[in-house]
Design a protein around this ligand. Sequence first.
Ligand SMILES: Cc1cc2nc3c(=O)[nH]c(=O)nc-3n(C[C@H](O)[C@H](O)[C@H](O)COP(=O)(O)OP(=O)(O)OC[C@H]3O[C@@H](n4cnc5c(N)ncnc54)[C@H](O)[C@@H]3O)c2cc1C
Length: 496
Amino acid sequence: MQQAVRKVVIAGGGTAGWMTAALLRKVLPKDVSIQLIESEDIGIVGVGEATIPPIQIFNQYLGLDEKDFLRETNATIKLAIKFENWRRVGESYFHTFGAPGANMGFCSFQHYWLRAKQQGLQESLWDFDLNYLCCKQGVFNKINTPNPIFEMQYAYHFDSGLYGQYLRKIAENAGVKRTEGIIDKVKQDTQSGDVQALQLQSGEQIDGDLFIDCSGMRGLLIKQTLGVEYEDWHHYLPANSALAMPSERMQQTLPYTRSIAHANGWQWRIPLTHRNGNGIVYSSDYCSDDEAYQTLTNNLDSKALDEPRKITFTTGRTARQWHKNVVAIGLSSGFLEPLESTSIHLIQSGIVRLLKLFPNQGIQPATVEAYNAESKHEFETVRDFIILHYHVNERQDSDFWRDMRSMPVPHRLQQKIALFNQAGGIFNDQNDIFRDASWLQVMMGQGIMPQDYHPAALALPSDLLTETLQKIRAAKHQPMEKMLQHDEFLARYTAN
Ligand SMILES: Cc1cc2nc3c(=O)[nH]c(=O)nc-3n(C[C@H](O)[C@H](O)[C@H](O)COP(=O)(O)OP(=O)(O)OC[C@H]3O[C@@H](n4cnc5c(N)ncnc54)[C@H](O)[C@@H]3O)c2cc1C
């Protein structure tokens, strides 16, 4: 019998550390102690402001009051990402959290839309999506509906540093012990190699049964101590640098993230209630820091509040995210550039996976294998989705975009593109964070127009097809009457 897990030690108190501490404390019985070590001298990565909708489930599970959460983290509502200049300079499209139209029977909406388009339909796919309609008008409201066709999926933009602090309060109140200090040495069992204890600079020694490495990109336990290799994906995603720079808030807060492609990378703009988060992501193989700085500062829409901060990274993943008695969560487990705001979600799903497989009676090889297989698949599907944005482009203005277009891509992605190209088909991969509607919008937005549609779309006679689409469109427009300007919603909703 392996050693039962009664003491969990979390190394690191960034977003990953405090999300892990708060959720583990909420779920695990009290006879499992949780201790977190962090160092204010080292600090946190301090970026990461856009999320995807499952964050709501995480917050609800912790029992966070949404209004309180919005106030504490200076959050705004996120309905979509607007991709500008990604397919061609001057063009844009939205990847919303909604879904265009409604699926009917066996047949997904895009097939009906493709057929109607051939019959002369003028409206774009997005005209049938409530999230898009709200983005166009800068509005939002919470709608209460029993009909999923009206449901509006949303996420948040927030200050992840403040989110960490908010969760810290909750976790400490619930009994997580926090220790301030720099981890200086890691003690391992001479036989098994398992981590036994973390020694701080102060000399204090903290032992545990299970260690969660939330130490950021350095991977203090998983990489530096256990020597787990890093799978480098820069051949697919060459960006390795970012400059992050806050600027003054805009007069009107948009309910979406902007992702603006430039000649050698892309720029984000994330609206918070007190400022905008901005940054540029680029590859040093194609662009110098000075050029990136110029591009970023030339394209800020409001006054800069600070000098840019440079962050370097290698896109990829830690080959085994659970090894021996160490589980890596957060940046220590890998990093995919922030194009689709997936890092905080990958933290969330890593914690949930760990909880599902929690080794109460001791760590078994089958548990570790299951955790690692699922994590690998999840990271790879996110990677492929991100590659799609770069690979399917028609830009002619730089070697960067030409190289992204001609590079070989993973087989799974090739298949997805071929299937969609042929007849608008999309298959769902288990553990893929992004569902059909996401793939649909990005494939269509990047310019893949299917050559045909599914024959099931022929089941409706022509006149009924037109009428059905108009009814769906009207139904999607109906909730617009209840929408408020985004700022007005935030002010009213968080007022009490
Ligand atoms: C440019 C950029 C943009 C991003 N944008 C987004 C986004 O929009 N959306 C999103 O979801 N994610 C985004 N991310 C990712 C997001 O920032 C991270 O996933 C998130 O902040 C989690 O970081 P972390 O907690 O793993 O690491 P960190 O924040 O680096 O925390 C590491 C912790 O470990 C502690 N530590 C390290 N070494 C020691 C030691 N020796 N002793 C004691 N303590 C130690 C540190 O003090 C700190 O508390 C972005 C990342 C980058 C680089």
